[in-house]
Design a binder for this molecule. Structure first.
Ligand code: SF4
Ligand code: SF4
Length: 55
C-alpha cells in the first residue's frame, strides 16, 4: 500500500518537506513513489485540497 496524489493537487508544495522518506516529487501534479512511501499520512495531513489518499 502507498498514498497516491490525485488530480486535485494544486502543486502548492506543502507536502514535499513533510515526507520522512522523500517519496514525493514535484510536478504539475505532485507524485508519490509507491516503492518509498511508508503510509505515514503526513502529506495528507498538510494538503489543503485533500489530494493525497490511500491507494
Ligand atoms: S504517506 Fe508519508 S511516506 Fe507516503 S508520501 Fe505521504 S508523507 Fe511520504
Ligand atoms: S500539499 Fe496537496 S496540493 Fe500541495 S503539492 Fe502536495 S498534494 Fe499537491
Amino acid at each position: 500500500m502507498a498514498y497516491q496524489i490525485n488530480d486535485s493537487c494544486i502543486a502548492c508544495g506543502a507536502c514535499l518537506p513533510e515526507c520522512p522518506v522523500e517519496a514525493i516529487s514535484e510536478g504539475g501534479i505532485y507524485t508519490i513513489n509507491a516503492d518509498l512511501c511508508i503510509d505515514c499520512g503526513a502529506c495528507a495531513g498538510v494538503c489543503p485540497v485533500g489530494a493525497p489518499n490511500e491507494a
